[in-house]
Design a protein around this ligand. Structure first.
Ligand code: GLA
Length: 722
């Protein structure tokens, strides 16, 4: 159970989650100061902390030595500002004044109850209210935080001019003093997303950011910090993740005093927002998690949080889908899609998704985006007949859309060239021959909602793959003028994308949505709050996927990780990999097929049908169970092994992949995690039985085929206690 308590004598709040504590207090100047984030402590213990470990002095060189809950700008603060405003008269900085607090119990995600703390402060002189929000759950150690700014109207209306918000982070997270901090995060690129990096944290300031209008392939908005001594199974880890799908910035500061401060929020350096009197700025959630069970426990706690608190529909099993993109690219027509659909259905596929190329003049990536009516030559009778056939075959029907984009060569652009992000007197840079529609504009957002709503209403569409294939450039809205309000589009754009998806889901409760952005360019907790799964990468090479999936699942659960089995050699990398290995990689996420089935041999079709059937047996465990990494895939030529344990612990699924073999060293056995030493386990295929104690101590012997790209899938049933 979680709890939030307040001690008026020291003006300290203590947030207790099932296994951790978080504490903050007001100092003599009313500044909200960080006290503790880590092991469970009592109120008496956290009240003793400031005097014992955090002398309240100000150092003339280093400035303020006490971390504020949000690093306000101004005065004697010299760190990275998390809250930075300029008032109408030119005054900058914040001086705090305390207004009050509220602790409340709420419903969250329709079921679990959550506790919230709202700490209300304001600027001592100017009419700016600043509210710090905290939310804790009864079944999670994740603490959600955000910030609200209200530019209040004054009674005598002395302050009637806008103020500029130069930075409004959602939260600051302060870590205790440790000698050897290490920082974990992911880096990447198109087709090479979520590459995990875990390095000594540099002294000074490390900035992770996206300036692209989307979350980005290059970084993902989360950090994991440890004192250099954590590993997969043990050690203290502090992590934080931002629920935002536009530009963002997380700054990590490490001082020579061995303290670490993390501040994060939406927007990137250089954009500012105007806040008129009476207006409010709300920020996205920046959630934090402390665990003392190493990186494995950290990932599992985030997975559970995503399943229980973030996803709109965590319970529905993710179907095995077929996507036609790699088979046809833009060469799409009704006859070809029918053929693929028939083949997919015969393999056990449950959802058939037609990708790009079905609409307007979209026969290549150079034309047609924005014209969302079926191409009359390719679909002479519209989409109805194909959808009918797909349903007749017993599958759901899904469709690719990219609502935020337009090709200049399109009817839409010819009639609405002012609808794209642009500046006067500046080129409109095309990427993939397309421009970004300004979704911050209410008329553009309304247009997008209307055609999507009609598309889904008029056709029996079960699933949309919502793509977004380029970063912003010339992100202007000239009609909005030159003041700071124009930068507001960076936020309003994302909010309108969210609002459209939310409205579509509310109006079409059976519609499922996959998030995509040129692969994994927009994967974050904000998108996951309104989608069912996401496309991690356009790179479907099974070997590369092992690394991508390793980084992806540091934070996000297998339940949302779409994974296609595609052709060999792979269309992106040219690498040839045997089918069983490709299947096993896909089966460790949300398995799907994405190859050109018309070219597959009967033998291959039979094998993949068997693997699809097998996947359906184990997918509850993969999609909803606890994931244990049994090895590190970044070790060259090493064995990668992953274990999933069902929520009731009756089923254990172990995947092992060995890309290359050495004659002198056979891989395995792999020691399993989370096995009950008192129980016995039986291999569902071989019938062999194992003592849990031996699986933990000596491991599971691997039955890998010979040669390179060997892989195995072992399913163990817990059969008895001794
Ligand atoms: C992006 C997606 C792909 C595919 C193409 C279609 O690259 O990531 O999966 O949908 O667009 O143009």
């Amino acid at each position: 159970m979680s709890e939030i308590t307040f001690s008026p004598g020291t003006r300290t709040w203590l947030l207790s989650t099932p296994h951790t504590s978080y504490a903050l207090r007001l100092d003599a100047t009313d500044a909200p100061c960080h006290v503790h984030w880590g092991e469970p402590l009592t109120m008496a213990q956290v009240e003793a902390l400031p005097g014992m470990y955090r002398p309240g002095r100000t150092d003339s060189f280093a400035g303020r030595r006490i971390a504020e809950e949000i690093a306000a700008d101004g005065g004697d603060r010299y760190g990275v500002p998390g809250l930075q405003v300029r008032f109408a008269d030119g005054t900058r900085g914040i001086e705090w004044a305390y207004l009050g607090y509220e602790i409340a119990e709420h419903e969250s995600n329709g079921q679990e109850s959550a506790l919230t703390l709202e700490l209300r402060l304001r600027d001592r002189h100017y009419p700016l209210a600043i509210t710090l929000h905290y939310r804790v759950f009864h079944d999670s150690d994740v603490i959600e935080r955000s910030l609200t700014l209200d530019h209040m109207r004054t009674v005598d209306e002395t302050e009637e001019s806008a103020l500029s918000v130069l930075r409004a982070d959602s939260a600051g997270w302060a870590l205790p003093m440790r000698a050897d901090y290490r920082g974990g995060h992911v880096v990447g690129d198109w087709a090479a997303e979520t590459q995990l990096r875990r390095d000594a944290l540099p002294w000074g300031e490390t900035v992770l950011t996206s300036r692209r209008g989307i979350t980005g392939h290059q970084a993902n908005p989360w950090v994991m910090l440890d004192a250099g001594d954590a590993d997969e199974r043990r050690g203290q880890v502090w992590s934080a993740a931002l629920a935002w799908s536009g530009s963002w910035r997380i700054a990590v500061q490490r001082g020579t005093d061995n303290r670490v401060l993390v501040t994060g929020g939406f927007g990137h350096d250089g954009v500012s927002w105007r806040l008129d009197p009476g207006e409010r700025l709300t920020t996205p959630t920046f959630a934090g998690l402390y665990t003392d069970g190493g990186f494995g426990a950290t990932s599992r706690a985030w997975h559970e949080y995503v399943l229980h608190q973030v996803l709109p529909d965590p319970q529905t099993v993710r179907p095995v889908l077929y996507n036609s993109w790699e088979a046809t690219e833009f060469d799409v027509d009704e006859a070809g899609q029918r053929k693929l659909a028939a083949q997919a259905a015969a393999l056990g596929v449950e959802l058939f998704v037609m990708d790009d190329g079905w609409f307007g003049a979209r026969t290549s990536d150079r034309a047609g985006l924005g014209d969302w009516t079926p191409n009359p030559e390719r679909f002479p009778d519209g989409l109805g007949p194909l959808i009918g056939e797909v349903h007749r075959l017993g599958m759901g029907f899904g469709l690719w859309v990219e609502p935020e984009m337009v090709n200049p060569d399109s009817e839409l652009y010819r009639s609405h060239s002012d609808w794209v992000l642009h500046f006067d007197n500046r080129e409109r840079t095309e990427l993939r021959s397309q421009l970004v529609l300004n979704f911050a504009r209410p008329d553009v957002a309304a247009w997008a909602h209307d055609w999507l709503d009609s598309l889904v209403t008029e056709h029996a569409i079960d699933f949309l793959k919502w793509d977004m294939n380029r970063s912003f450039s010339q992100a202007g809205w000239p009609e909005h003028g030159a003041d700071g309000s124009a930068d507001g589009l960076w936020i309003d754009y994302v909010r309108n994308v969210y609002a459209i998806i939310d409205r579509l889901r509310a109006d079409h409760p059976n519609l499922r949505i996959e998030g995509c952005s040129g692969g994994g360019g927009r994967v974050d907790l904000g998108m996951l709050a309104r989608t069912d799964q996401v496309w991690p990468s356009d790179n479907t090479d099974a070997l590369d996927r092992l690394t991508i999936q390793h980084g992806f699942t540091q934070l996000y659960p297998a339940r949302v990780m779409s994974a296609w089995v595609t052709d060999s050699p792979n269309s992106t990398t040219g690498r040839a990999i045997p089918l069983h290995f490709r299947c096993h990689v896909a089966m460790s996420g949300v398995m799907a097929l994405g190859g050109n089935l018309t070219e597959w041999s009967d033998h291959e079709l039979r094998e993949v049908a068997r693997e699809v059937a097998r996947y359906k047996e184990i997918r509850d465990t993969v999609q909803l169970g606890a994931r244990y990494r049994l090895s590190d895939p970044s070790v060259p030529s090493g064995l990668t092994a992953v274990q999933y344990t069902s929520t009731d612990e009756s089923e254990t699924v172990v995947f092992a992949w060995q890309p290359t073999r050495s004659i002198s060293r056979e891989p395995g056995p792999v020691r399993l995690a989370a096995v009950d030493p008192e129980s016995r386990y039986r291999d569902r295929d071989s019938g062999r039985a194992y003592d849990g104690a031996l699986l933990a101590a000596y491991g599971l012997p691997l039955d890998l085929p010979s040669g390179d790209y060997a892989s195995s899938l072992t399913v163990l049933d817990r059969i008895s206690a001794h």
